[in-house]
Design a protein around this ligand. Structure first.
Ligand SMILES: NC(=O)c1ccc[n+]([C@@H]2O[C@H](COP(=O)([O-])OP(=O)(O)OC[C@H]3O[C@@H](n4cnc5c(N)ncnc54)[C@H](O)[C@@H]3O)[C@@H](O)[C@H]2O)c1
Length: 425
């Protein structure tokens, strides 16, 4: 099949590379000329394990090409897969301007029958809007099909997730595109879920809202554990062994961040509010998340009441390990709060050198802690768990470790003379 993937970001690039590897002929386009130039020369702008190799292989085999000729590519390919960004607006609703741009191009260039697949996460009603918009612009309904095909990959394991999906969701208005859609993902062994355009959009939002709810639930339980001097890890283990609950997304910590959960929760709330539906649960989930950083800084305040003029090293900048994505990272929100309190902040992350005023960013993990009063672990990179704690201790001025991810062994660091504060312990 000949497919044009629009948007060369985390979703677009990983999807384009995988579809090419499935044997399809894929053209991946983006308005970002610099990104496309780099990709055409073999430079992959994001870190995703295995992606560079997969792109290289499929470029060399001639199945994957990159272009900034967005209009011409959309015109020339029969299957258009939209993977542009849908970032949040100030009011929490989704900014759909990139989606609108792509739809305008489709409408103005379409000559033969096309299948237009929306992979971007879009609010309920968006794909119906796309359909109506194309009809209003004079397109005959026989000339196109709209498909809502939300993406569930996780950054850091994106390729594995695309190859081993637990479901493939297709929202359609008719059965006409189904044969082609099944061919598109013929290599992925997963149950198909067919629903309406809006049903597919809501499956995506409901999934992310549920995951966010589990995280806020875990965080509230960890606060209760703190108050009763109980180790939350035991509670998580007890909860996770129950198959009705499941063990995933029960880790307590700094709260959820990244470019998906916070924005999708806000967009879902916005969509509900527009239809006058109250969202008491979603509101509580957000409220807990919004106070997680304050909760941890209060915890640090119990041993170090004044953070002004203290030197604090924060390990971890990305919103989770295994990615270079620091969009809406709780680690950065924490750093900003420390700066507001007058602390001098050092940071170290294996993937990201944070460029932020008043922050000293280090390329070496050990140098970053030199003369620091406190070490805060904000992202659970594996190398933090395996580090040489006696070296860290010898370089630091103070002895406090705040582990907001419970990822290091408290006993080990206490033996080195640290005062260790963790989650729910
Ligand atoms: N990142 C994830 O983990 C993830 C997972 C599931 C779903 N999603 C959803 O997928 C969508 C894309 O997310 P992402 O993280 O890949 O975004 P991204 O910001 O990494 O990439 C978006 C790309 O689209 C390009 N673009 C914007 N407007 C364009 C246009 N008019 N024509 C061509 N290209 C254009 C941008 O230049 C950018 O390269 C979003 O709706 C997101 O919510 C993301």
């Amino acid at each position: 099949m000949r497919i044009c993937v629009v948007g060369a970001g985390y979703v677009g690039l990983t999807t384009a590379a995988t579809l090419a590897d499935f044997g399809h002929e894929v053209q991946c386009v983006d308005i970002d000329h610099v990104k496309i130039e780099g990709l055409s020369l073999g430079f992959v702008p994001i870190y995703e394990p295995g992606l560079t190799e997969l792109i290289d292989k499929n470029r060399k085999d001639g199945r994957l090409r990159f272009s900034s000729q967005v209009k011409e590519s959309i015109r020339d390919y029969p299957v258009i897969l939209i993977a542009v960004g849908t970032p949040p607006k100030e009011d929490g609703s989704s900014n759909l301007s990139s989606i609108h741009q792509v739809v305008e191009i489709v409408a103005s260039t379409i000559q033969e029958y096309k299948i237009i697949i929306t992979k971007s996460t879009v609010p309920p009603g968006t794909n119906e809007w796309i359909y109506q918009k194309l009809v209003e612009m004079g397109l005959d309904e026989d000339r196109f099909d709209i498909v809502s095909n939300p993406e569930f990959l996780r950054e850091g394991t994106a390729l594995w997730d695309i190859l081993h999906p637990n479901k493939i969701v297709f929202g359609t208005k008719s059965d006409r595109p189904i044969k082609v859609l099944k061919k598109l993902y013929a290599r992925g062994k997963a149950p198909y879920i067919f629903t309406s355009l809006t049903g597919a959009e809501l499956i995506k939002y409901a999934s992310n809202a549920f995951l966010a709810t589990k995280i806020s639930f875990a965080n509230e339980m960890a606060r209760i554990c703190d108050a009763y001097d109980v180790d939350y890890a035991d509670i998580a283990k007890g909860l996770g062994t129950d198959p009705r609950i499941g063990r995933h997304f029960l880790k307590a910590g700094l709260g959820f961040g990244g470019s998906c959960l916070p924005k999708d929760l806000s967009a879902l709330k916005d969509s509900a509010t527009r239809k006058k539906v109250e969202t008491k649960l979603l509101d509580a989930v957000m409220a807990i998340n919004d106070t997680q950083i304050e909760h941890y800084l209060n915890k640090l305040g119990t041993v170090l009441p004044d953070l002004a003029a203290k030197q604090i090293t924060v390990w971890g900048v990305t919103f989770k390990p295994g990615t270079d994505d620091s969009r809406f990272s709780p680690a950065i929100a924490l750093i900003e709060q420390l700066i507001q309190k007058g602390s001098h902040v050092h940071t170290y992350d294996p993937m990201v050198q944070l460029q932020l005023a008043d922050v000293s960013s280090f390329a070496d993990q050990y140098e970053s802690v030199n003369h620091s009063d406190v070490l805060i672990i904000a992202t659970e990179w594996e190398q933090f768990q395996k580090c040489n704690w006696s070296e860290v201790k010898s370089r630091m001025k103070g002895a406090f470790i705040l582990d907001t991810r419970n990822c290091i062994d408290g006993k080990t660091v206490r033996r080195e003379g640290f005062i260790y504060l963790g989650v729910g312990i």
